[in-house]
Ligand binder design. Structure first.
Ligand code: NAP
Length: 489
C-alpha cells in the first residue's frame, strides 16, 4: 500500500488487518519522508504482531518516488528491519550498485530483489539471468503486458525455474490474468490493492476480489482456465457469474477477463495454446472474426456468421452461438414462434443471431435499424423483411426484440422508440441497467416484457453446460449477475 501521509498508511493497514489480512507491502517511498513509514511499521506491528511487512523504498529513477541516494535507500530499509519488517524489496538497479551492503541487509531478514519493466515484456530468461547474479530470498519480475501472449511468457518463468522463489506478474489490463494465476503457478504471492483504496500498479484489483471472485488461493496449477475475450473487457459481468458457478460446483477452474484488441486474436490463440485454456466466451469485437481461427463451427453459428462460445475438444477449437437460443428460448415460453411476427431492432452481431434464430424457428421476422442499407442486407441474408423506421408506425408485431446499445449504461435515458411500442411483447437485450427505459415504457403500456438479464443468463448457462457437461446452477448465476450489476444500475 502506498499513501502520501503516514496516518493514512496506518489507517488502511489497521483496517486491512482488522479484516483478516496479514501480509502487507508498505511503500515507504510514497511518504514525503520515508522515515515516517519506519515509525508506522513499529507502531503497527506493536498492535498487530501477527502481521508481516515487506518494506519498499523505490527510487524515482526506477519508477518509485524516493529522491535519495542508493545509500539512503539501503539505510531506510535497514531501519525498516529494525522496526520489525520481515522483508525488504530492493530493485535490481539499486541492488547492482550496492552488492556489498546487501549481504548485511540480508542478515536482518528476507531480501526480495525486484525487476520492473513499464514498457513491455522482454525475454524473461535474460531478466532471470541478470537477477540470479545477486543472492536474494525472492525474485520479483514484473513486466507490462502489451498483448495476450505476454501472460504466458511471464508465467513460463515459474516452469523453467521451479526451484527459484519467484513473484511474477505482468502489469496493465492485458496482464491481469497473471495476477490471478501466478500463485497457483508457483509464485510466492501476488499483489493486490487495499480493499478501500487504489492499488500501486496498473491492473491491480483488491485482495477481496482476488480471493472471493477469482478464488486465487483455491484453484490449483491443474485448474482449467476459461474466460471472456473482449475489448473493452473491464466491465464484463461474466467473470462474476461464471466463477460463482464453478465455485458452486466445486470445480477446479477459473474464469478470467482477457483484454484482446481487434488485431490480437491470433496472438490470443498463442496464449490459449500455451496455457490450459479450455474454453472462452467471445464478445465485441471478435464474434465474427473468431470463425477463421476455429477448427469446427456449429452449423447455426456458421449460418449466423458469429460465435460467442469456444471450447477445446480433442485438441480442436470448436465454436457455437448460444446467443441464438438465448433469444428464442425466453420468447417461446411466451408465444408460439412459428405463428408469430417479430420485429428485430438493430443489425449488429446480436441482431444477426436473433434474426437467424427467429427465422429458423419459423417466425415472420422484420428488421429495422438506423442504417437502411445494413438492415436490408441482413434481412436479405436471413430471409426477413426490412423496414424503414417510418414503416414501423402503424404496424403491430407479436414481439419486438431490441438489439442496439440504446438505453445501456452510461446513457440509460436513450431509447429507439419515443412513443407507443409496436408489439405486445418487448424483449430488450440490454441488461445494464436491469430495467431499461424501453422495458419501463413497455410495462407502463401494459405490455409483457423479457429482460436482457434473461438472455444473458440463458447464453451463460448454455456456455457452462458446453464447457463442463454439467447442468448450470442458474439461480447462483442469476444472483451473481444481479450483484455484479448492482453498483452501476
Ligand atoms: P454491435 O454488433 O456493435 O451492433 C450494434 C447495433 O446497434 C448496430 O446495428 C448499430 O447500428 C446499432 N446502433 C448502435 N448505436 C445506435 C444508435 N445510437 N441508434 C440506433 N442504432 C444504434 O453490438 P451487438 O453485439 O449487436 O450488441 C447490441 C446490444 O445487445 C448491446 O447493448 C449488447 O450489450 C446487447 N447484448 C446483450 C446480450 C445479452 O446476453 N443480454 C447478448 C448480446 C448483446 P449500425 O450498424 O448502424 O452502427
Amino acid at each position: 500500500m502506498g499513501f502520501p501521509d503516514p496516518q493514512k498508511l496506518m489507517e488502511h493497514a489497521r483496517r486491512e488487518a482488522n479484516a483478516g489480512e496479514s501480509f502487507f507491502e508498505f511503500r515507504l517511498d510514497y511518504l514525503p519522508a520515508p522515515e515516517q513509514g519506519v515509525a508506522v511499521i513499529r507502531k503497527f506491528l506493536a498492535a498487530h504482531p501477527e502481521c508481516c511487512i515487506l518494506a519498499t523504498c523505490r527510487r524515482h529513477q526506477n519508477h518509485g518516488k524516493f529522491n535519495g541516494s542508493v545509500e539512503d535507500q539501503i539505510r531506510i530499509l535497514d531501519a525498516a528491519f529494525d522496526a520489525g519488517a520481515r522483508a525488504v524489496d530492493v530493485e535490481i538497479e539499486s541492488a547492482e550498485n550496492a552488492i556489498p551492503r546487501l549481504e548485511a541487509l540480508r542478515g536482518k531478514g528476507q531480501l526480495m530483489l525486484s525487476y520492473h519493466n513499464y514498457d513491455g515484456t522482454p525475454s524473461p530468461e535474460s531478466i532471470v539471468r541478470r537477477m540470479l547474479r545477486i543472492p536474494a530470498d525472492g525474485y520479483k519480475i514484473v513486466t507490462t503486458a502489451r498483448k495476450p501472449s505476454d501472460n504466458a511468457r511471464i508465467l513460463a518463468i515459474t516452469k523453467s525455474h521451479p526451484r527459484t522463489p519467484l513473484v511474477v506478474l505482468a502489469m496493465g489490463e492485458a496482464g491481469f490474468p497473471t495476477r490471478v494465476l501466478a500463485p497457483a503457478w508457483g509464485g510466492l504471492f501476488t499483489y493486490a490493492a487495499p480493499n478501500a483504496s487504489e492499488g500501486t500498479a496498473s491492473g491491480q484489483v483488491s485482495a477481496r476480489v482476488l480471493r472471493h471472485l477469482y478464488r486465487a488461493e483455491k484453484f490449483t496449477r491443474a485448474a482449467k482456465i476459461y474466460g471472456v475475450i473482449a475489448d473493452p473487457v473491464r466491465h464484463s459481468i461474466s467473470p462474476a457469474v461464471h466463477n460463482r458457478a464453478f465455485q458452486s460446483h466445486r470445480l477446479d477452474a477459473v474464469y478470467l477477463p482477457f483484454l484482446v484488441q481487434s488485431p490480437q486474436l491470433k496472438d490470443f490463440f498463442a496464449l490459449a495454446d500455451s496455457l490450459p485454456i479450455a474454453g472462452f466466451s467471445v464478445t465485441i469485437p471478435h464474434k465474427q472474426r473468431i470463425l477463421r481461427y476455429l477448427d469446427v463451427v456449429d452449423p447455426l453459428a456458421r449460418r449466423i456468421g458469429a460465435v460467442n462460445t469456444v471450447w477445446k475438444k480433442a485438441g480442436k477449437w470448436r465454436g457455437a452461438n448460444t446467443d441464438a437460443d438465448a433469444v428464442t428460448v425466453p420468447l417461446s415460453r411466451k408465444l408460439r414462434l412459428s405463428k408469430s411476427s417479430v420485429l428485430v431492432v438493430g443489425n449488429g452481431g446480436a441482431a444477426r443471431s436473433a434474426a437467424y434464430a427467429l427465422v429458423g424457428s419459423g417466425a415472420r421476422v422484420s428488421i429495422v435499424g438506423r442504417n437502411p442499407d445494413r438492415v436490408r442486407s441482413l434481412a436479405r441474408a436471413c430471409g426477413a423483411e426490412s423496414l424503414l423506421r417510418e414503416q414501423v408506425n402503424g404496424r403491430k408485431f407479436d414481439a419486438l426484440v431490441h438489439a442496439t446499445p440504446l438505453g445501456m449504461f452510461p446513457h440509460p435515458e436513450t431509447c429507439f422508440f419515443s412513443d407507443a411500442l409496436p408489439a405486445s411483447l418487448v424483449f430488450d437485450m440490454v441488461y445494464n441497467p436491469l430495467e431499461t427505459t424501453l422495458l419501463r415504457n413497455a410495462a407502463s403500456q401494459g405490455l409483457t416484457v423479457i429482460s436482457g438479464l434473461q438472455m444473458f443468463l440463458e447464453q451463460a448457462t448454455r456456455q457452462f453446460e458446453i464447457w463442463t457437461g454439467a447442468p448450470a446452477p442458474r439461480a447462483v448465476m442469476e444472483k451473481a449477475a444481479i450483484e455484479a450489476l448492482a453498483p452501476a444500475s
